[in-house]
Write a protein that binds this ligand. Structure first.
Ligand code: ATP
Ligand code: LTN
Length: 334
């Protein structure tokens, strides 16, 4: 029996410059899994327009994201890297899945509730967001979906939708599993360790963007909120979330063990912690920034790579959307 390589699919929105939470929570995992598994990484522009976007900014951010992903180690030879709107099956699959998804399942989604609160007028697409995400995942017979902790509920929903479709129309989809790493799954805001670091929060001091200059990184880390204690150790105590967050960032950028890190900081103060964290981040991001600066100067080359990615993606997604259409009773185009 030939065993199929594990299929991995993940998506990321071109909604602004990436921060170290995206890098540590998601991208690092995607890079690590390349080669042994069949990887699909999708730049989800259809998802981005579920909240208002400036058209020119969206186009620029889509290419910037492609450049940043490649600069971070996503190798277009090993990973199918593509733009969601280039593969029609995503929108079509979303429509078909909409028609097996009860509204109540969507109204329960916490990301929808949080994002809806921030909008003056909530668009239909925002409620439908997780169904489009389910289409993304299910079109590729995905086994594993590596994401940050905030996406867990959406992957559970994709599992439920797959199960329901399979039940109604016969075995059609692989039921996917979320893969969430233990450390880095939830990098917190530096100015507020009780909130997730987020692309769409532009307050200075909230996040470290992958393209920030060394001076900016030092500025942000120096002002990071810690706590009144003195102890520098990993901890799940919410009152010590600030220090724990800095330690996790240090851990993931240096690759050192937690014991070695705690020994390194024993007897030192928060000032020393912040200096070392800032330098570890600067060094970790330096090669990424340098490659990004090069790649972004050649948009035609980026577009060429994305066109190849889209072609590979279509080769998998197109037969699947045909199968879905056949299963629900459409007459397939001859
Ligand atoms: P937005 O603020 O626009 O919703 P975001 O920062 O949440 O954006 P996404 O594009 O939604 O970023 O997420 C890309 C990937 O990064 C997802 O896998 C998500 O789980 C992960 N991710 C996002 N924020 C964090 C974080 N603070 N810590 C760890 N992983 C994160
Ligand atoms: N909703 C995700 C992005 C996303 C995604 C996907 C992740 C869209 N489609 C499919 C995994 C699999 C987010 O906001 N991070």
């Amino acid at each position: 029996m030939t065993t199929r390589k594990t299929r991995v699919f993940s998506g990321i929105q071109p909604s602004g410059m990436l921060h170290i939470g995206n890098y540590l929570g998601a991208i690092q995992q995607w890079v690590a899994g390349q080669g042994q598994k069949t990887n699909f990484i999708c730049i989800v522009d259809l998802h981005a327009i579920t909240v208002p976007q400036d058209p020119e900014a969206l186009r620029r951010q889509t290419r910037e994201l492609a450049a940043l992903l490649i600069a971070s180690g996503i190798d277009p030879q090993q990973t199918t890297l593509f733009v969601q709107s280039h593969v029609r099956a995503h929108a079509e699959g979303c429509w078909v899945l909409n028609c097996v998804t009860p509204l109540g399942w969507l109204e329960r989604m916490t990301q929808y509730k949080t994002k809806a609160q921030k909008q003056e007028s909530v668009l239909t697409g925002l409620l439908d967001y997780p169904v489009l995400q389910a289409a993304d995942i299910l079109l590729y017979d995905t086994d594993e979906v590596p994401v940050g902790d905030d996406q867990k509920q959406h992957i559970e929903l994709a599992r439920d939708i797959a199960g329901r479709f399979n039940h109604l129309f016969g075995e059609t989809f692989v039921v996917p599993k979320p893969v969430i790493r233990e450390s880095g799954a939830r990098i917190m805001a530096l100015n507020d360790p009780s909130a997730k670091m987020s692309k769409s929060d532009f307050t200075r001091g909230h996040a470290i963007r992958i393209t920030d200059t060394p001076d900016e990184i030092r500025w942000v880390v120096k002002r990071a909120v810690t706590d009144p204690g003195r102890d520098i150790s990993f901890s799940a105590d919410p009152d010590r979330a600030g220090v724990n967050n800095l330690l996790q960032i240090y851990e993931l950028f240096t690759g050192q063990s937690r014991a070695a890190i705690e020994a390194h900081f024993a007897g030192k103060g928060y000032g020393a912690l912040k200096t070392d964290v800032a330098e570890a981040v600067i060094e970790g991001l330096r090669p990424i920034r340098e490659r990004f600066d090069q790649l972004i100067t050649d948009p035609a080359e980026l577009d060429r790579l994305l066109a190849i990615g889209a072609e590979h993606a279509r080769a998998v997604a197109d037969p699947k959307i045909r199968l879905m259409m056949e299963r629900v009773g459409f007459v397939l185009p001859a």
